[in-house]
Design a protein around this ligand. Structure first.
Ligand SMILES: NC(=O)c1ccc[n+]([C@@H]2O[C@H](COP(=O)([O-])OP(=O)(O)OC[C@H]3O[C@@H](n4cnc5c(N)ncnc54)[C@H](OP(=O)(O)O)[C@@H]3O)[C@@H](O)[C@H]2O)c1
Length: 349
């Protein structure tokens, strides 16, 4: 199979994906019979490029890394904006890794609608479209018989959605609990070590875990978006991030963190979605977890999730420290699964 790929976003994740595609091209061809050309790349401020014959991905990486525009690689009439590129670029599969607005899911949700509405496959690392429009986008993909995969939206490249889709069959997920936000987990670990809150935030920023404006993480928005993704995809819920009962970590002190340790527990920003009759309720809040809980053992930038189902009871997945390549890997796995037709398993005939 040959896929024409369009990359929306060419930042940390998009460029890591480009490097991974170059590194794994032979494996994709030899092991999966999958070849590709990248026919389009869109960014916000670093230009846009379309080439029906295929862009030189190494040249695109070099341009952006030198701070130059992708426009130099563009063949044809100018493209007004990202939506225009989505509408006109020759494409089979869009790989979306643009900016996330956790409160609205835009503009990525509109990009997802446009890509799927064209009858193309979509892989996204962006939680926004899944948290804000999962049912609609999944229905759109089903109507066209195309794939809509998003492995990297929760726990980067760890196969959380792969397990849900391929392994948790004929079972009811009763509850999902997770430690899913790296910034807050890093800060809580540093508080246990006696580092003051503001210094811990600065350290998280210095190692590239926290944004320049860390409020989305500290107030629990990123965690809320992730638990909504899990609740909607794995539990059939129809929640939005604003529905989550959400408390951030700003009120936690060194004394709280070390007091919990002395009592045999660790404070984690716990994300939880649980069935309550016919509904699913979701929360994000700092919680003292006993050492016996596997989620308490996740330190610094690691993350973990525990599924409770009516058949498996408890299944925990733990992921070590991550980087943009881990996220890009989840997108690569989604691409392979689409080429293998795995999206058809979730679509009615
Ligand atoms: N970083 C991670 O490890 C990680 C992990 C899991 C999920 N994610 C998700 O992956 C996505 C990308 O993350 P990142 O770290 O790569 O972010 P980033 O470095 O800020 O890159 C974002 C890219 O999107 C582009 N962009 C922004 N708005 C756009 C628009 N309207 N149209 C076209 N392109 C647009 C930016 O353009 P410019 O180049 O002009 O700025 C940039 O190329 C986010 O949704 C994030 O939540 C990231």
């Amino acid at each position: 199979m040959h896929l024409r790929l369009v990359m929306l976003g060419f930042g940390n994740v998009g460029r890591a994906l480009a490097r991974l595609l170059l590194r794994k091209a032979d494996v994709l061809r030899d092991d999966y019979g999958l070849t590709f050309t990248v026919t389009g790349i869109a960014t916000q401020s670093r230009g846009r490029a379309i080439s029906a014959a295929g862009l030189d991905l190494a040249a695109a990486l070099a341009l952006v890394e030198r701070g130059e525009s992708l426009d130099a690689l563009h063949a044809g009439l100018p493209v007004a904006d990202t939506l225009a590129l989505i509408d006109t670029c020759p494409a089979d599969l869009f790989m979306e890794a643009t900016w996330l607005n956790p409160r609205t899911g835009q503009p990525a949700t509109d990009y997802a609608r446009a890509a799927l509405g064209r009858g193309c496959h979509l892989v996204t690392a962006n939680k926004g479209p899944v948290a804000h429009a999962y049912r609609e986008l999944k229905a759109l993909a089903n109507a066209h018989g195309t794939g809509f995969f998003f492995e990297s939206t929760v726990m980067d490249g760890a196969p959380v959605h792969g397990i849900g889709r391929e392994a948790l069959l004929a079972t009811t997920v009763q509850r999902v609990r997770g430690v899913l936000n790296s910034t807050t987990n890093f800060i809580l670990t540093r508080l246990e070590e006696g580092v003051p809150f503001a210094e811990a935030v600065a350290q998280a920023q210095a190692i590239g875990v926290a944004e320049a404006d860390p409020s989305t993480d500290l107030e629990g928005w990123d965690a809320a978006v992730k638990i909504v993704v899990l609740a909607n995809v794995l539990m059939g819920a129809d929640l939005r991030p604003a529905d989550v009962d959400r408390t951030g970590i700003s009120g936690i002190t060194i004394g709280d963190a070390q007091g919990a340790l002395r009592a045999g527990a660790r404070i984690k920003l716990l994300c939880e979605a649980a069935r309550d009759g016919d509904t699913v309720r979701a929360s994000v809040r700092p919680t003292a977890l006993p050492f016996s809980d596997p989620l308490s053992q996740v330190s610094r930038t690691s993350s973990a999730v525990t599924f409770e189902t009516d058949t498996l009871h408890e299944l925990t997945l733990i992921e070590g420290d991550t980087d943009p390549t881990t996220t890009a890997y989840g997108m690569l796995v989604d691409m392979i699964n689409i080429a293998r037709g795995r999206h058809r398993a979730g679509q009615s005939a």
